[in-house]
Design a protein around this ligand. Structure first.
Ligand SMILES: [Zn+2]
Length: 197
């Protein structure tokens, strides 16, 4: 009987023919060709995006507050806002990522830089950056729903404008080009596993 390996995504065992092997250092990790490997890649992409957006947010917060380091305790505040824990009353628990995206939180900080500067100049935080961050975080929490709505609305408008431009190109008789690009898109959307074998 052929040897069976655990899929790192769904934890079910299967024979090698059904799996894609990913080398992580010296370790071979296996994922089901049919579903799990695609899901694994999507997860990796999502995690990378989350990390980049969190890094960018952290840099913005440091710059706006004029601090070098963000105290560890403050990260749970950011994560609760990201996970939507306050909305569902699950503070410090769930990792659902169903709150505000990190780039929206960053946008809220950027838009409220004046209020944060005012707080720094007019309130005494006794040199405690955690107290300062907690104070400005209350401002951000107060504003974030509005920032989120405005940003999403703007993104939606930009998407509409882009689609209208595409349609105009189509109307002006560039249909050949349009159809060609559609075909190419269709091809690249298909998951070609052979590239990874
Ligand atoms: Zn699997």
């Amino acid at each position: 009987m052929a040897r069976r390996f655990v899929c790192q995504y769904c934890r079910e065992k299967d024979i090698d023919e059904q799996m894609v092997v990913v080398k992580v250092g010296k370790v071979n990790k296996r994922y089901h060709k049919d579903d799990c490997y695609g899901k694994y890649l999507r997860d990796q992409k999502f995690k990378k995006k989350e990390k980049e957006e969190l890094d960018s947010l952290v840099e913005a917060i440091k710059k706006i507050h004029g601090i070098e380091v963000i105290p560890n305790q403050f990260f749970s505040y950011l994560q609760d806002l990201r996970n939507g824990n306050e909305l569902f009353g699950n503070i410090g628990q769930k990792k659902s990522k169903s709150g505000y995206e990190y780039y929206i939180i960053e946008q809220a900080y950027l838009e409220n830089e004046d209020s944060i500067n005012w707080a720094r100049n007019n309130r005494d935080f006794k040199g405690n950056s955690f107290n300062f961050l907690k104070y400005t975080f209350a401002i951000i929490k107060n504003k974030i729903a509005g920032v989120n709505e405005a940003t999403k609305q703007k993104e939606y408008q930009e998407k509409l404008t882009k689609e209208q431009e595409l349609n105009q190109d189509y109307d002006y008789g560039l249909s050949g080009v349009y159809e060609h690009s559609q075909t190419q898109k269709g091809d690249s959307d298909e998951f070609d596993i052979s590239k990874f074998l």
